[in-house]
Design a protein around this ligand. Structure first.
Ligand code: ADP
Length: 363
């Protein structure tokens, strides 16, 4: 037997309810009305009316009137109720049919499709969560497309350079020398770096990166990081300072990810501060904790500031200098901070230096 659709089920259930109601009405009426009528006649006779001759005809008349009345009530009431129930079932089905259409469109790749709101609260909630899901999917798809287009752009440059050198070497227009091989190695290393950064970036952007937050005392973490960086840069012209208050409350964060963000910020600070000082500091506010990396390096031009957290973005200066950066570090850092419930900001003056600071929720 074919399965009944929701609309037929609703319609049938209305019909059944109506039929039960009508039959009860008819049966109860049929059982009691004639008796009550006869009782009424007997009362009349008791109070002195002589109904002997007309009594039979009165009862027949009542019966006839009752039957006709009942017939028309059932006919008119039944048709009206049936029609109404059909309309109601259709009305309930309408948004469901719409939901089906929209989900099919979204599944077919039209991620911009959205469900309209419905006056039925349950369906409205369904529409809201569906729209939320579709918006998320659309965001992921959008980021994926952008990533692929940025990526092709980024890969093309080193590949063109490598290709140029190799072709030159092959046809003899470039003489093989240590310098050429070193350049080739540098470009290959850049590609390697790009691939590593990309793997990380795609994980953070797709939200697959696991974040294990815990109550975290930042003092030991900051101290060991500063020590590690100081060791590496003994002969550099830059000094690294740590500025911590005596009591720093614990943050709710993932130690590995916080370290990753700090390594990126410190790495940048060193890269863009040939001489001067870099200061790492931390302080707490009402419900959050701030960590800042301040340098006295090149700084960033005001028009460049809004772009530093965009992926693949590098200032012209760092492109020229072959800084070796891929322009991915800060966008990963921002994602990591946001995944832990914080925000990241930058302030900078060209020639004076930059301050990157990020917040973490308090434990
Ligand atoms: P990269 O790997 O190129 O350093 P980032 O995303 O970490 O990528 O940084 C993006 C760009 O922001 C850098 O290329 C640089 O131009 C600028 N930048 C980042 N940190 C600093 C800083 N401390 N001082 C000056 N410029 C900076």
């Amino acid at each position: 037997m074919a399965k009944l659709g929701l609309r037929s089920r609703l319609f049938l259930s209305h019909l059944v309810v109506m039929m039960v109601g009508l039959s009860t009405l008819l049966i109860v009426n049929k059982l009691f009305s004639p008796r009550l009528f006869v009782l009424h006649l007997e009362q009349l006779e008791g109070s002195g009316f002589n109904l002997l001759l007309v009594r039979q005809r009165l009862v027949e008349g009542f019966d006839y009137a009752w039957s006709r009345g009942a017939f028309w009530s059932v006919a008119v009431g039944g048709t009206a109720a049936g029609g109404l129930s059909y309309l109601v079932s259709k009305r309930i089905m309408q948004p469901l049919v719409q939901i089906e259409n929209v989900t099919q469109k979204v599944a077919a790749g039209h991620l911009e499709e959205r469900l309209p709101s419905s006056e039925i609260p349950e369906l409205n909630r369904l529409a809201l969560s569906f729209n939320h899901m579709a918006a998320n999917l659309e965001g992921v798809e959008q980021r994926r497309r952008e990533l692929v287009s940025d990526l092709t752009h980024e890969l093309r440059t080193p590949l063109t350079v490598v290709e140029g050198y190799l072709e030159g070497l092959a046809d003899g227009t470039i003489a093989p020398s240590t310098d050429i091989y070193q350049r080739l190695a540098r470009e290959t290393a850049r590609l390697q770096q790009l691939v590593n950064d990309l793997q990380e970036l795609s994980q953070t952007e797709a939200g697959y990166l696991p974040i294990h937050t815990q109550s975290l005392d930042l003092r030991p973490l900051l101290k060991s990081l500063v020590e590690r960086f100081s060791d590496q840069l003994v002969e550099g012209g830059t000094v690294l300072k740590l500025n911590l208050p005596a009591d720093l409350p614990s943050a709710l964060a993932d130690p590995q990810r916080v370290e990753q963000v700090l390594i990126n910020l410190l790495g940048n600070a060193f890269r863009y501060t040939p001489e001067g000082s870099i200061t790492v500091s931390a302080w707490s506010e009402t419900d959050k904790l701030w960590i800042a990396v301040q340098d006295t390096g090149y700084g960033i031009a005001p028009e460049d500031l809004p772009h530093v957290f965009e992926r693949f973005w590098r200032s012209d200066r760092s492109r020229d200098r072959h800084s070796g950066g891929t322009g991915i570090g800060l966008s990963i850092s921002r994602r990591l901070v946001e995944l832990q419930g914080g925000t990241i900001h930058v302030e900078s003056k060209p020639g004076k230096g930059s301050t990157f600071r990020f917040s973490l929720p308090l434990a």
